[in-house]
Design a protein around this ligand. Sequence first.
Ligand code: FES
Length: 341
Amino acid sequence: MPRITIEPFAHSYECEDAESVLEGALRHNLLLRYGCKHGGCGTCKVRLVDGDVDEHGSSFALTDEDRAEDLILACASVPLEDCVVDVSPTELSEDEFHSGDTSRPYDTVVESVETLTTDIAAVRLRIIGDRMPFVAGQFVNVEIPGSRLVRTFSLANCPADDDRIELIVKLYPDGAFSQFLRSDAVPGTGVRVHGPYGQLKMRLSHRPVLMIAGGSGLAPLLSMLRDCATQGFDRPVTVFFGARTEADLYLVEEITSIGERLRGFAFHPVLSQSWGPDWPGGTGLVTDAIARWSPTLAHDVYLCGPPPMIDAAVPMLTAAGVRPRNIYFDAFTPAAQTVPA
Ligand code: FES
């Protein structure tokens, strides 16, 4: 059986036949960062220093640049021989590594489903029993009641409110979770949630913060903003929020009111499709609006939105001089997952 050595902790374990690097670690009560477990989110990206693996990750979660830097997805890589894997890219501490997986299932009930726009809703769940400690930026996997399907959503609530889960959900005409929300999600309905997962979080630094949200992707940034307001965050924060029309913007009043509690806060809603003559915000693609605003080397940038927005934003930011290591996002793909075993 192939042996995996995890650096920089110099700790090794064996993988069984056809077992991924991640599955082997979890079976040995060790933690590697992960989210979707199916090659879709990129959370488990680590560096293969030695050895060879059979991998089947998504091209979005693992780019050609990643492959050129010997990065692999631990959840989608089965070792073909003894391997050395460096988990430094995931910023996992040695304590976290040895304390194993603390994510687990939580039983919740629906508290409310609030329509925010014609195709976006805020879903609030109350956790039954133990609270779920999490960091702003993390996400959960939600089982769709009555099916074996799972959907991944970022947490929108403040980590201080860890007895609840708030999600911002894009509604699709034929989406399984959308159907559940439209037809069956009356208050009190049970929903099982697994988590928390992911490594997106606000990094400690002295740099000003730039947040870029598109469509339904406000949730992790809203969680961070709510946390910043609670904690008395003292670095300047600029938020760009892209939508098609004014009717597609949501929670603008709350973002504005959080901004009044933060130092050096600026909010730039940007509309890409249509706007009235009195529209005071930006127009065009949100990425173009940011390029005109001109981020600099100095910023930490947090992104959440549809993959095309992230694909456009990252090269624009790096061309503007933002260091790639200061750009943070979780890359969700919309593929359905099945309930984890
Ligand atoms: Fe590996 Fe999501 S956990 S890509």
